[in-house]
Design a protein around this ligand. Structure first.
Ligand code: BV8
Length: 249
């Protein structure tokens, strides 16, 4: 395991330059520089007394659907004002440079798509997509009758955000695609994630077991830092553009 220091960048660029199959896993840290609070940031204002892991669960929705719906409304308002940052744009550039590039994200903020990435696996869904909590089908629009949460126009059940909550399984085909991308890549980048939440946190381990080079880019130490081949400490918005400009040289 290599600790981070600035002169690792040229070595990482050489590793990337000599490989074709690159898989990236991102977490909330890559959107932090866009002003989107991460799961570990203390929640602000009204939400400061709650832990995200207490609100992002089916139990919380059952117990207090209004509170959970309003938390997501608050988050959507913040994310609507957010723009992709240099880290997002660097990954969009990277997708063009590698014949086999897959971006797996734990984020639900759509910022990778807005930045231009196309080969995206959204592990945990999309905060701007809504589904019926009874029929489990996407619902694009509904009459506003003042209900919070709003009710499904087909069955009258409560609507919910189309994201994966703690204690909910990820859609099988999405997990399979992520597993495949982690097990077939030559280089795996884990960026801006605390590497705690499963099954996402197992993806770099799958890559390691398939002799990929695993490179972590994170502002703090995580459980992955001691196992990755390289662990670069720093801001994604600083490190990723330097990697991409080195690749373009
Ligand atoms: C599952 C969508 C099978 C929702 C999210 C007990 C009971 C039930 C389940 C479990 C259990 N024990 C364990 C589990 C499994 C559980 C889990 O892992 N729990 C954790 C807490 C231990 N997982 C699940 O439940 C998953 N499903 O396992 O199904 C099953 C079924 C039933 C019962 C058991 C198992 C589903 C998990 C998905 C949850 N949904 N998001 C929403 O958004 O509202 S998770 C959410 O938090 C994120 O999506 C992300 O995945 C996760 C962690 O967030 P990160 O992205 O890592 O962000 P974080 O804030 O943590 O860290 C940011 C990092 O960036 C930090 O390290 C920071 O230093 C760094 N950083 C900050 N700024 C920068 C930076 N780095 C670089 N540059 C910067 N500028």
């Amino acid at each position: 395991m290599h600790t981070s220091n600035p002169d690792l960048i040229p070595e990482i660029i050489e590793i990337l330059r000599s490989n074709n199959r690159v898989t990236v896993l991102t977490g909330a840290g890559i959107s932090a520089e866009s002003g989107v609070p991460t799961f570990r940031d203390a929640q602000t204002g009204l939400w400061s007394k709650f832990q995200p892991t207490e609100l992002a669960t089916p139990q919380a929705f059952r117990q207090n659907p209004k509170l959970v719906w309003e938390w997501y409304t608050w988050r959507r308002e913040i994310i609507k004002k957010a723009l992709p940052n240099p880290a997002h744009f660097a990954l969009a550039e990277m997708e063009k440079l590698f014949p086999e590039f897959v971006l797996i994200t734990q984020n639900v903020d759509r910022l990778h798509r807005i930045a231009g990435n196309e080969r995206i696996i959204e592990l945990h869904g999309d905060i701007f997509r809504t589904k019926c909590s009874v029929e489990n089908i996407a619902v694009k629009d509904w009459p506003d009758k003042g209900d919070i949460p709003p009710l499904c126009p087909h069955c009258g059940g409560m609507l919910r955000p189309d994201v994966v909550w703690f204690g909910e399984s990820l859609p099988a085909r999405i997990l399979e695609a992520a597993w495949e991308a982690a097990s077939s890549c030559q280089v795996f980048l884990a960026i801006g994630t605390s590497s705690v939440v499963e099954p996402a946190a197992s993806l770099p381990i799958v890559a390691l077991h398939n002799s990929a080079v695993v490179i972590e880019i994170n502002s703090q130490d995580t459980p992955l830092s001691g196992i990755a081949n390289y662990s670069l400490k720093g801001a994604a918005g600083d490190i990723l553009p330097r990697l991409v400009s080195g690749l373009n040289r």
